[in-house]
Design a protein around this ligand. Sequence first.
Ligand SMILES: Cc1cc2nc3c(=O)[nH]c(=O)nc-3n(C[C@H](O)[C@H](O)[C@H](O)COP(=O)(O)OP(=O)(O)OC[C@H]3O[C@@H](n4cnc5c(N)ncnc54)[C@H](O)[C@@H]3O)c2cc1C
Ligand code: FES
Length: 259
Amino acid sequence: MNSLKIKEILDIQKENNNIKSIFFENKDKINPGQFFMIWIPSIDEIPMSVSYIKKNVNAITFRNVGYATNKLFNFKIGDKIGIRGPFGKGFNINGKRIIFIGGGTGIATLAPAIEKAYENNIKSEVIIGVKNKHEIFFENRLKKIVKKIYISTNDGSRGYHGNASELVKEIFTEENDFSIITCGPEMMMKKLYELYGSQPFQASLERYMKCAVGICGQCCVGNGLRVCLEGPVFDSKMLKEINDFGKYKRNVSGNIEYF
Ligand SMILES: Cc1cc2nc3c(=O)[nH]c(=O)nc-3n(C[C@H](O)[C@H](O)[C@H](O)COP(=O)(O)OP(=O)(O)OC[C@H]3O[C@@H](n4cnc5c(N)ncnc54)[C@H](O)[C@@H]3O)c2cc1C
Ligand code: FES
C-alpha cells in the first residue's frame, strides 16, 4: 500500500475553470474519505482524496492552488503520476438520513460517500457551499442520485446568499433526525460542529502531510492523533478531544498557523 506505483493518466475531466479530475487505474480497495499521496515527478508529493470510485479506476479532483497543483493541472492523458495509498480512515456511512455538507473543494471528497449512501438506500441531502456560482462542480453528477441539493454562495450569485453553515441552520430549523458528514474549510466545519456536534457527526480534516503512514508526526492534532492514520475523518467524540480543531494548523516547518 505504501509502495509508490506509477500510473498512466487514463482520462481528465475539467470540472470548472480551476478544478480538474484525473483518472487512473487502481485495483486496491478504497473507501470514500480515504486519500492518496500523489507524486508529480520532479515537483512534489501531495495528498488528495479519492473523488471517484469505479471498478479498477479511481480519480482525484483538485483545485489549482499552488506550485504542485498548477503543474498537475497541465498534465495530459497518457502522462504519468505516482501514487501511494490509499491511506487513512474513510467515512462511516450508515444510519437513516445523512446531510452532506461540502465547502469549496470539499465536495470532491464527499461525492463517493454520497454515492455509497445512495447504494445503501440511505436518504441523503447535500449542501454545496462555494464563493460564487462559477465555483460549483459535481452538481450534475449528484443530481442523478440526490433529490435535494442546496447551494450557498458567499456573493449570492446562486442559491442562498451566505455560507453553508448558515444555510444548514435555515433549512433544518426543527429537525435533528440526521447525521452530518462534512468536508471543507475548517472554520465552516467547526461552526457545524458547534451546532450539531451532539448528533452523529463526521468531519474530514486537512493537515500538512509528509509520510502519510503515521511515522513523521507532521500531521498530528490534539494529543497526538495523526490525521493521516487516525483520520482524516474524525467523529464528534474524537473532535471533542482535538483542542486545535478550528483554531490552528502546523505548516511545513511545524510552526503554528491560526485559522
Ligand atoms: C487528506 C487530504 C486530502 C486532500 N484532498 C484534496 C482534494 O481532494 N482536492 C484538493 O484540491 N485538495 C486536497 N487537499 C489539499 C491539497 O493537498 C493541497 O491543495 C495541495 O497539496 C497544494 O499543493 P500546491 O503545491 O499546489 O500548493 P502550495 O502553494 O504548496 O500550498 C497551498 C496550500 O496547500 C497546502 N499543502 C501543500 N502541500 C501539502 C501537503 N503535503 N499536505 C497537506 N497540505 C499541503 C499548504 O499548506 C497550503 O495551505 C487535501 C489535503 C489533505 C491533507
Ligand atoms: S504525515 Fe507523517 S505522521 Fe502523518
